[in-house]
Write a protein that binds this ligand. Structure first.
Ligand code: DC
Length: 213
């Protein structure tokens, strides 16, 4: 019986497919899953709901310290404005410190966990047993996001989606606190020309090998 959680760390830019992959892997291996982006989104939403400023680090950090990971609702938190606000609070080191502490506690759940985000392999779980960095070209990611939006709302605009993704990449990759980058020991999976099943099989191969070792 293993007494240490088997941790799978998945990082990558917005709309790379990492969220779906993380959910599928967690379900396949019977592991707990945390989309860490939701934790940043939940802090942003709590600030907005309480009429608090998005640019006051002490206030945002207090909200982050009080966050309950059990109450994260993907449907509510996936709104576009919340994503924008989340990328602003995510640049604050004190917010990151509080959320990373909660994420690390979650990561220790037995028998294993899958965490996805931007800094899992580099900062949150540097000792994860498997680290994956999922990427795809900005154009392919924008097309996926556009098709998702199109299914719900006929006036989605591809160029606006692409510009938005590029702006978000820029903010995530160039911030000073925990910028998005692959860990030196991460396996890179480029999903530009791969469907979700192919990405799953590639990840599964790497994880099965780590589970055997
Ligand atoms: O993946 P997402 O769109 O739900 O993430 C929302 C914001 O939170 C995004 O700007 C990146 C940021 N984030 C982060 O800085 N670190 C993480 N581990 C996860 C998300």
């Amino acid at each position: 019986m293993q007494n240490k959680a088997f941790i799978i760390a998945i990082d990558g830019p917005a709309a790379s497919g990492k969220g779906t992959l993380a959910r599928n892997l967690a379900s396949h291996y019977g592991f707990h899953h945390l989309d860490t982006g939701l934790t940043y989104r939940a802090v942003a939403k709590a600030l907005i709901d309480q009429g608090l400023p998005l640019d006051d680090e002490a206030i945002a950090a207090r909200v982050a310290q009080e966050l309950d990971l059990k109450g994260l609702d993907r449907t509510v938190l996936s709104a576009h404005e919340i994503g924008e606000a989340a990328s602003k609070v995510a640049v604050m080191p004190e917010v990151r410190r509080a959320l990373v502490e909660a994420q690390r506690k979650f990561a220790d759940n037995l028998p294993g966990t899958v965490l996805d985000g931007r800094d899992i392999g580099t900062v949150v779980c540097p000792d994860a047993r498997v680290k994956l960095y999922i990427t795809a070209s900005a154009e392919v990611r924008a097309e996926r996001r556009f098709n998702e939006m199109r299914a719900k709302n006929a006036d989605a605009d591809y160029n606006a989606v692409l510009d938005d993704l590029k702006r978000r990449d820029e903010r995530d990759m160039n911030r000073s606190a925990s910028p998005l980058k692959p860990a030196s020991d991460a396996h890179l999976i480029d999903t530009s020309k791969m469907d979700i099943e192919a990405a799953f099989l590639e990840a599964k191969k790497l994880i099965d090998a780590a589970l055997r070792s």
